[in-house]
Structures are given as C-alpha cells and as structure tokens.
Design a protein around this ligand. Structure first.
Ligand code: SF4
Length: 202
C-alpha cells in the first residue's frame, strides 16, 4: 500500500507558498539536519499520522473551489516532500490536472526523484540555504552537490519561472556578502525568482 507519514495539514494559506489559496501538507522525514530547523517534528518518524493518497485527498478536497478559483492547490513540504514520489504521483491522479501542486524542497534528493516528479509538479520553492559548500555542510550536515545538479537540470528542463529559490540570511553561518554571492551564482545559472529573507530565531 502507498502510505506516507504526515505531521501537519494546514488549510487556507494565502500566497505564503505559491499562488492562490493553498493547503500545506508536511511530510515526516528529511535528509538534512539544519541547525535552526523550525520543523524538527519532521525528523521524528514516530510522530504524525499515516495517510494514503486517497485519505489525504478526501481531507483536502473540501477546498477544491478555492483552489480552482484562485489557481491554488497543495504545497507539499516537510520534511522533504521529494522523497515521496509514489505518494505524490498517486495524489495527482486523484486530484486531476487543475490543482496547482508545488514542492517546498531542499532538492537534496536523488536525481531520479526529481526526474519522476517534474512532469507532475507545477512549481518549486527551493530552500538553497547557501551556495557555498562549506557553509551548506556546516549548517545542514550534508553536501550540496545533489542540490546543484538537480537545480541545474530543473532550470534547463522547463520554465525557470516555475522555481522560486529561497536565499536565507542565516545568523552565525553566512554573511550579507555570502548571500549576495549565492544570488550572483544562482542568477548565472538562470534563476529568476528569489525570496531573500532573514531567519528569525525563536
Ligand atoms: S530541510 Fe527543512 S525540515 Fe529539513 S532539517 Fe532543514 S529546515 Fe528542517
């Protein structure tokens, strides 16, 4: 059976994670260990609830009229949604082509996952952290080779406008100059939509 563990379903989000009215669906499981992660609940696979694509569709379809009227839909986040290839594919079959489906992702996933999901997804919000591999490793505990490979492929395989890249100012990990350098490098790769912001410490 096709199940995924989900730790949150949040309705009626307006333009926070893509166009229109969206429902955020947050999967458990993440390959990274970001120092200031706000979703540490996603690291614990014992938390959350198991959903089949059918059960999730039944729960979120209450907002179908909003999605269709505002060109909104589902934002899959987490955790790392791009580890859930079969689940998202099955969900798309249930909701049909008119809901907008966006992945809020680190892109630190196998290339096969990106290739398999790209025909199904309408957009991406990519949390790039920092383009500098040393800063990335210190902040997340992982290398960013896969991120760059996957992002480059996405930029040439479809419209770059479907991708928003988040470029955070991360206290104690990067400087304003580092962020500016990341933006320059991303620009050179063909990124056109940026979301530059300051991490707020809680
Ligand atoms: S990628 Fe997101 S969910 Fe995963 S550790 Fe980093 S901030 Fe947390």
């Amino acid at each position: 059976m096709n199940f995924a563990r989900i730790f949150g379903v949040s309705r009626h989000r307006l333009t926070t994670d893509g166009e229109g009215v969206t429902t955020l669906v947050a999967f458990n499981g993440c390959p990274l260990r970001c120092k200031y992660c706000l979703n540490k609940a996603s690291w614990d696979l014992s938390k959350g609830r198991d959903y089949s694509p059918e059960l999730l569709f039944e729960e979120v379809k209450i907002d179908q009229l909003y999605f269709l009227a505002t060109h909104g839909g589902i934002t899959f986040g987490g955790g790392e949604p791009m580890l859930q290839v079969e689940f998202i594919k099955a969900f798309r079959e249930l909701c049909g082509p008119h809901w907008r489906i966006v992945a809020e992702t680190s892109l630190n996933v196998p290339f096969e996952n990106v290739e398999a999901l790209d025909p199904i997804l309408d957009g991406y919000i990519v949390d790039i952290k920092d383009m500098n591999p040393t800063i990335y490793r210190l902040y997340t505990g992982k290398d960013n080779d896969r991120v760059l490979h996957n992002l480059k492929w996405l930029l040439v395989s479809g419209d770059p406008k479907r991708i928003i890249v988040r470029v955070p100012h991360i206290p104690d990990f990067n400087t304003d100059e580092d962020v500016a350098r990341s933006r320059e490098q991303l620009n050179a790769l063909g990124v056109v939509n940026f979301d530059e912001f300051q991490y707020v410490m809680r």
